[in-house]
Design a binder for this molecule. Sequence first.
Ligand SMILES: NC(=O)c1ccc[n+]([C@@H]2O[C@H](COP(=O)([O-])OP(=O)(O)OC[C@H]3O[C@@H](n4cnc5c(N)ncnc54)[C@H](OP(=O)(O)O)[C@@H]3O)[C@@H](O)[C@H]2O)c1
Length: 293
Amino acid sequence: MRKILLLGASGYMGGKFKASLTKGNFQTLSPSRAQVNYCNFEVLRKYIRENEGIDFLINAAGFTGKPNVEQCEIKREETIQGNLLLPQMLSNLAALEDFRWLQIGTGCIYNGDNGGKGYTEEDEPNFSFKYNNCSFYSGVKAVAETLLREDSRCYVARLRIPFDEKDGPRNYITKLLTYRKTYDNINSISHIGDYVRACINLYVNNCPTGVYNITNEGSVSTREVVGMIRELLNPNRKFTYFTDDKEFYRIAKTPRSNCVLNVRKIAGLGLPMRNVKDALKDAIENWVPANLK
Ligand SMILES: NC(=O)c1ccc[n+]([C@@H]2O[C@H](COP(=O)([O-])OP(=O)(O)OC[C@H]3O[C@@H](n4cnc5c(N)ncnc54)[C@H](OP(=O)(O)O)[C@@H]3O)[C@@H](O)[C@H]2O)c1
């Protein structure tokens, strides 16, 4: 049985990976930071050596900011430590102990749709420190990804705006159901089940390491998602939108990325991502409200 070390299992995405790995044919080790301070090189190396035969590491740990990314502007140390230093440390450890690993990356190092084509894995991030137009979180993530490109053992799996059928404060559909006012934009987004499956398949199928866009195929506007929510869930509320960026940025202080990613690379490996509207329909039709869990 393959032995997988999962970091960050106490978090939103880590919890989703843990649930999926537990159902699959994997032995999963998922120590919390409190149990094993996995941000410390020597501590983690000792843990890995004691738990001999770790085949793969998934890093779902990182600093995302609560309640939102604006916190990363304030908590810069944590942002750098969790999103740049930790991945770099894992990269060194993977080389020393010789295992492949996966880092959850992000699409929010881009802004725009690249003339309708979507950004590929080879396009230079354009929402980054270099362009001086980004949030601190996105800037750090872009630096981290650039460095991980040099790591021949690493998969960087770019996630973007996660959602599934389980109501919860981190789910995009829940966010749209609860925001007082909504910001209309066009994005590529990731169905969590599809994303986690693709990540695990990259490893299981022994795919080439490197950067992968793992969003559902195509893009969708916020208004379209709200339209589907209204049609399929018929929530008892009105949806209102910010009139323009000017109004949005009177409330939001940090620049936000809106972007479309191109998913041809992962499809080319025989791991196609289903269309975004099909994935959304699936999640909304199978919606599990929080009070029913
Ligand atoms: N959710 C999204 O919308 C989204 C989108 C794109 C990419 N991502 C990326 O996906 C990864 C996981 O995100 P998430 O939404 O699951 O985050 P999350 O729910 O905030 O969970 C973060 C996890 O990382 C650990 N952690 C927090 N601060 C840390 C630090 N400074 N150093 C090391 N570990 C730390 C937490 O452990 P404790 O319980 O010990 O605090 C927790 O297990 C991150 O790399 C994030 O950038 C997320």
